[in-house]
Write a protein that binds this ligand. Sequence first.
Ligand SMILES: Nc1nc2c(c(=O)[nH]1)N[C@H]1C(S)=C(S)[C@@H](COP(=O)(O)OP(=O)(O)OC[C@H]3O[C@@H](n4cnc5c(=O)[nH]c(N)nc54)[C@H](O)[C@@H]3O)O[C@H]1N2
Ligand SMILES: Nc1nc2c(c(=O)[nH]1)N[C@H]1C(S)=C(S)[C@@H](COP(=O)(O)OP(=O)(O)OC[C@H]3O[C@@H](n4cnc5c(=O)[nH]c(N)nc54)[C@H](O)[C@@H]3O)O[C@H]1N2
Ligand SMILES: [Mo]
Length: 776
Amino acid sequence: MTDRMKDTPAKPHSSHWGAFSGAWKDGKLVIVPHPIDPDPNPIIQNFPEALRHKARIAKPMVRRGWLENGPGKDDRRGRDEFVEMEWDAVLDLLAAELKRVNDEHGAKAVFGGSYGWSSAGRFHHAQSQLHRFLNVALGGYVRSVNSYSAGASMVILPHVLGNYDDVSRKNVAWDEIVAHTDVILAFGGMATKNSRVASGGISRHTEHQDMVAASRRGCRLVLISPLKSDLPDEVNNEWVPLKPGTDTALMLALAHTLVSDNSHDRGLLDSHCTGWPVFEDYLMGRSDGQPKDAAWAAGITGVNADDIRALARRLPGKRVLVTVAHSLQRAEHGEQPVWMASVLAAMLGQHGLPGGGYNYALGAIANYGRRHNAVPIAALPQGKNNVGDFIPVARISDMLLNPGAPFDYNGQRLAYPDIKLVYWAGGNPFHHHQDLNRLRRAFAAVDTLVVHEIAWTATARHADIVLPCTMTLEREDIGGAPTDPLMVAMHRLAEPFGEARDDYDIFTGLAGRLGCKDAFTEGRTSGQWLRHLYSFTRDGLAARGLEAPDFDTFWVRGELTLPQLPHDGGSIRAFRNDPAGKPLATASGKIEIFSDKIASFNYADCPGHPSWIAPVDVISETTPLQLVANQPASRLHSQFDFGGHSSAEKRRGREVARMNPADARARDIADGDIIKLFNDRGACLAAVVVTDGIMPGVVQLPTGAWYDPEDINDDKPLCVHGNPNVLTRDVGTSSLAQGCTGQLTTVQVEKFIGNLPPIQAYDPPVAVKAGLEAAE
Ligand SMILES: Nc1nc2c(c(=O)[nH]1)N[C@H]1C(S)=C(S)[C@@H](COP(=O)(O)OP(=O)(O)OC[C@H]3O[C@@H](n4cnc5c(=O)[nH]c(N)nc54)[C@H](O)[C@@H]3O)O[C@H]1N2
Ligand SMILES: Nc1nc2c(c(=O)[nH]1)N[C@H]1C(S)=C(S)[C@@H](COP(=O)(O)OP(=O)(O)OC[C@H]3O[C@@H](n4cnc5c(=O)[nH]c(N)nc54)[C@H](O)[C@@H]3O)O[C@H]1N2
Ligand SMILES: [Mo]
């Protein structure tokens, strides 16, 4: 097959970063955003170059050491050669290994959590495919719970305010903000780089225009964040830079000022909340001798005490919305700001009012603040998992390094399962996990690591069995999300790369070898699955008496606009209006300012009410700067890091870090230099932009540059590309949630002098053909 394609008409497709069409013209794939999108995401321009990039995986590969010595612990993972295999042979081998592990140890020795964003289609969602396969073939697998996104908030919010979705997705709608909100206190901001992404797909990127419309009406958007770019310039009415990780102290001081002024809503605290008196004693310093006043908070946050008091005094009587970005809770004691923001909104009397209250993570992603579809969009059924064992998602290295060891989670004392086989499809732990040098040791401890990938990520390089899979452009699917009205017929835009197969076909092949093909496929080809999944939406439309086109009509039209439900403010508004009749889903049915349940767990790192708990990871002489490792603007996580748009945003091939001029000057660093960021855990290079858009004392390096060790034989190799997860700490938020804390850590920075090592992250590893000796 040649790469040169005939010219084709534009065909529709979809992704987490927008709906678009693709056409071949003069041998090039031309991607054009959907015409209804007012603010398209440039990330879609990573596709054309990614499609046939050298980093794609062309053939099934097995690690040489695994092939020669069989399954077992092996620290050569990540630096071994690979042997090419034919599909039949590799599927025989993998089916036999799955059977061995299941016979010898049971499905509880298989970790199938497989966290990751994968691609956007409803059917080919890799993680769902894997879960379905493991449930059918082995009866289950050890799973992971919660997400890297919201590890702490998914556990704390149900205790204190209600169901996670009710607080984040079904709460305040953007059109209410445009109409009603006077002030938005945006902790961590609402950067449009983030809200241009939505899990499952998004047809109209409207956050930017909604913020502009609200601001023009007179709404003040207050950005509380170390980075000025966390709100678009046009609506950045006020920037309050604060030291990362200290928001809880600032919120407490705002609360303290409200109480001192007697301007808090005591009626709502009495009628709709539990535990105010105990918290008030803490706030005013009656229980611990330390009033949480503005002067106290100034010392912790770096925000001037007068400014804190002035900010608090502008809030009472206004329609105030408090938002907290996911980032705040991806840090030590991440539960605290999530909880305290709810208390602050309650003190202002705002929960449940149109455009007011507390919407966790609004603006962090475009699934929030949206209307919901009135008809279902189907997902692949995953079957039943009979294994009870699980881990909080970010405890993977702990699990693999300490089988049997006890850990705390949400009031339970659990033990890490003993994992022999890890299976990953649709995620990249060498992107998402912390302390990557530790993760390498963890992956050395298993018998077998299996990865389905479209490209040679570091995770694929550390695997024993690497199965090449198609990328979304190479297959047909249905695009859509429950929070977006456009359902997209995702047409195939290119043939599969090399010998790549769909995840579904790989699992079908394995299921055949394990005697469960019919149970896995239910007798359907992928095309028949699309029709089957589509039928749920069609039935929903018909039930509402709406036009319900058949699948072929939908496919030819290329899209379908789904009806949406009116926005009603969800469970929090219902509770505000009728606290007795419509209780929240918390233990008391009220907003919990004090939680008896959490207090009963006796966790020093997560007590019974929101508290300021000083972090362990603080700046020191050897690590004097705080690192913010946030989401990248130029791609989604690590996906298509080698794509055109992502590559163009790098400098000298390196990821770009940002530093304040004062910190740069003190280190003789100039804009455009290459810098080295380091601490006890590791080191990486980056190019630097020097800007006063970041506060002094803070350096920012986004995630997603592919891990690129200079010398893979080192215990702590230098990543020459700029992956901040060689620096971050692998510890949980607290005993309550054990969430990811990757957003923040402390580092030192110096100018890098010397020859700049080449980028090798996208070069395929050394591969040999079966039966041949490796070339030198
Ligand atoms: N330091 C730090 N670390 C972080 C964060 C942070 O703020 N700071 N943020 C965290 C957050 S919020 C998240 S959500 C995670 C994201 O972490 P991940 O979701 O793991 O990151 P992605 O790069 O999206 O990984 C998806 C992988 O799936 C592959 N893929 C795509 N389509 C398919 C397919 O059809 N089949 C198969 N088999 N594979 C496919 C892609 O090539 C890619 O390697 O990172 C977390 N890590
Ligand atoms: N372009 C793009 N968009 C994305 C993603 C992506 O990879 N690329 N990932 C998506 C995913 S999976 C998720 S979960 C969301 C993540 O949403 P978030 O986690 O909210 O996103 P981040 O960009 O990591 O962080 C937002 C901002 O918070 C600020 N910040 C960091 N620490 C602190 C702190 O302690 N206090 C305060 N006040 N501010 C702080 C940083 O300056 C940072 O820019 O983004 C989604 N959107
Ligand atoms: Mo996320």
